[in-house]
Every structure is written in structure tokens, then in C-alpha cells.
Design a protein around this ligand. Structure first.
Ligand code: SF4
Length: 354
């Protein structure tokens, strides 16, 4: 099978063009089209000569993802697509517009996920396979094409869909570089967020990349016993390991870091939990560099329930008493299972051959 054009780097494409005797400016033209054209295939790139369009179509695939199904939320804004990959596996990707001000896209980095967090539908699937750089980029490109057709564009990208991004480090970093490349998508790195369940060595590696992207670290509990119960990764890297790596990331990058904390009634939502969490974060110093997103659990595996609104507010205020900023965030698109922890390929679709 031919490679997808988004899996081909600039140097390889330049060499391919040179071999065909094409002028060097075609490289820029093609790369711009990859990111911004609304064409459905190479044939739609009418700025290019017919012969070149045909040769591109013979050598590369225009996209590595194909729409299987789409659902829209009742709020009229959030949309979720199920995308088919070339080998018949599927992934989900979500567009979350925010009142015409910005268009955030939540993308997947793996088909399924091996991390088995107790509250997460993706974790129930297990890992099917890592995505390639092109398969990650093409999710953004899918939404970019949709938005361009009404004169809009993707403004923010969050790596919070299916999979653990830092377990697929090379392709994920390749995709970040493609999305931030001014000759491709030109999205500011400050508008890109990578979320991790706490893969400590990879958090350290990310800090060395010199990319001013945002990092969101999923804590979900303030002590190892509870965290290990809901996040098996904690058996390898405990709360202190994750907090220390987060502090090193902040120190190295000078970027503010977000802790994600899913609130599960009767599991991790007590004032004592908030006290412990506040104390443990504050012990690392620089409290103004941290922010805690408190996310009431969405319907999903494990049968967890949300705490009351009062309990969530009390949790946030307790963190604030330790000078840790905290916000209660309700996921959008829950009615279409597009909220945090809800992405999952429908039964029977994960391994359907083409
Ligand atoms: S929450 Fe993230 S890391 Fe955990 S199982 Fe789900 S997708 Fe994987």
C-alpha cells in the first residue's frame, strides 16, 4: 500500500519531486494544499499540472483516514467522527467549537489503549495498535477541511482522544511538528495540549523537546492506593513520581501545567483527598504554575457516579486554600459519548477488514 502523503516528510517529498524534474516551489505548494485544501483527493488540486496530480495519486494516498460515521451533539456544536484506517481498524475524533471563538479538535494517538484506567471506555478496548504520524495529523486535517469549507479553521488541538500519547512518542512528536510547521498547518504550539496518564520518562523527554506546548497530567487521586485502583499505571509510577516529573517539566519549560482529576463519588472526592492533593502539589513549590481541572466523571465503565455540585465546589475551594487554582469542568458532547473517557469504537467495528 502506498504511504499517505501525511506520512511523508518534506525531505522525502522534495526528493520525489526532484526525481521527476519538478521545480522546487512545488514542494511548498503541495504542503500548503495538504493542510489547507478542501479537495477530496489529489485530482482536486487544480493549481498543479494534471500530470503531477496523476503521479502524486499513483505514489501516495491523499489521506490515511476515511469517514465511517458522524454524530452531532444536541448542543449543536460538538461533533464526533468514527474514522476508518487502511487496515480496517477505527478511531474516534471530536470537534469542539467554542461559541465561534475557537475550534478545538480532540485527536486519538492509538487505536484502543493499553492503560486500562477503570473509568475509561477506550481502556476497555485494550491496545489494537499505535497510529502513524499521518493518521494522527489526518484527524486534524479532516476537521480542517470541514471548517475551511465555511471559512473557518482548527485553532486548538488536544491529544486527549483514544490512547496514551506518550506511549506512541515518535509519531506523536512528528505530528506536533507537522501541525506547528508554518508551511503546513501553522498552529501555534501554545494551542496544542498533550495529555498523559503519567509516563514519567517520556514527560522528561518531552521537557527536552523545546516545544512550548501545554502538558496535562492525569492524577485522578491524591494517594497511591486509590490511584493504583483506578489507574494501573500507578503501579509503575506513583503519585510522587508523577508530581516530581511534573515539577521538572515546569522547571525546564517554564510552562504552566494542568493536572486532570476526574471526580468519582465516594472514591477520590472527599475534603481529605483535596487536602492531601493540595499539600502534595504545594510541596513542589511554584504553586502558580499548576492548575487542577476537576472533571465530574462521565457515564462509562466502572459504574462510577458524580459527586454533588456542592462537593465539587468544596473540593475546588480546598485546593485553592493551598494556593492551587482549580476549575470544575463539565465535558461537552456527553450525549454522543464524546466526553472525557467516553471514546470507544462501537462493538464489531474495531477489527472489521475493508
Ligand atoms: S484515560 Fe487515557 S490512558 Fe487511561 S485508558 Fe483511557 S485513553 Fe488510555
Amino acid at each position: 500500500m502506498n504511504p499517505s502523503i501525511t506520512d511523508v516528510d518534506a525531505a522525502t517529498l522534495a526528493a520525489w519531486l526532484a526525481q521527476r524534474g519538478e521545480p522546487a516551489y512545488r514542494l511548498k505548494q503541495i504542503r500548503r494544499a495538504i493542510a489547507h485544501s478542501t479537495a477530496a483527493d489529489f485530482g482536486g488540486l487544480t493549481d498543479l499540472p494534471l500530470g503531477l496530480r496523476g503521479a502524486l495519486a499513483e505514489a501516495f494516498r491523499w489521506s490515511s483516514v476515511e469517514l465511517a460515521t458522524e454524530v452531532a451533539s444536541a448542543d449543536g456544536e460538538t461533533r464526533k467522527v468514527l474514522l476508518r484506517l487502511h487496515d480496517g481498524h477505527h478511531i474516534e475524533s471530536v470537534l469542539m467549537p467554542h461559541h465561534g471563538e475557537r475550534n478545538s479538535v480532540c485527536i486519538s494517538t492509538q487505536a484502543g489503549c493499553p492503560m486500562a484506567c477503570a473509568f475509561c471506555a477506550t481502556g476497555e478496548m485494550g491496545l489494537i495498535r499505535d497510529l502513524t504520524r499521518g493518521e494522527i495529523v489526518d484527524q486534524v486535517r479532516y476537521w480542517q477541511r470541514e471548517l475551511r469549507s465555511r471559512d473557518d479553521r482548527v485553532s486548538h488541538v488536544v491529544y486527549m482522544g483514544m490512547g496514551e500519547p506518550l506511549n506512541n512518542y515518535g509519531p506523536v512528536m512528528g505530528s506536533v511538528r507537522a501541525l506547528t510547521d508554518p508551511e503546513l498547518f501553522g498552529i501555534s504550539p501554545r494551542r496544542i495540549t498533550i495529555s498523559t496518564c503519567g509516563i514519567v520518562p517520556k514527560i522528561d523527554a518531552l521537557a527536552e523537546e523545546g516545544l512550548p506546548i501545554d502538558l496535562a497530567v492525569s492524577l485522578h487521586a491524591a494517594n497511591d492506593r486509590t490511584r493504583a485502583m483506578i489507574m494501573p499505571v500507578n503501579r509503575k509510577w506513583g503519585v510522587d513520581d508523577v508530581l516530581d516529573a511534573s515539577a521538572r517539566y515546569v522547571e525546564k519549560t517554564k510552562r504552566r501545567l494542568t493536572f486532570e482529576y476526574i471526580l468519582l463519588k465516594g472514591v477520590n472526592d472527599s475534603v481529605a483527598d483535596a487536602e492531601r492533593l493540595g499539600r502534595r502539589i504545594a510541596a513542589r513549590g511554584r504553586t502558580s504554575m499548576y492548575h487542577v481541572n476537576l472533571i465530574p466523571v462521565n457515564a462509562g465503565p466502572g459504574g462510577f457516579e458524580r459527586p454533588s455540585a456542592e462537593a465539587m465546589e468544596l473540593f475546588a475551594r480546598t485546593l485553592e486554600s493551598h494556593r492551587i487554582a482549580a476549575t470544575v469542568r463539565i465535558s461537552k458532547g456527553q450525549d454522543i459519548a464524546a466526553g472525557c473517557g467516553q471514546l470507544k469504537v462501537p462493538e464489531g467495528r474495531a477489527a472489521v477488514p475493508l
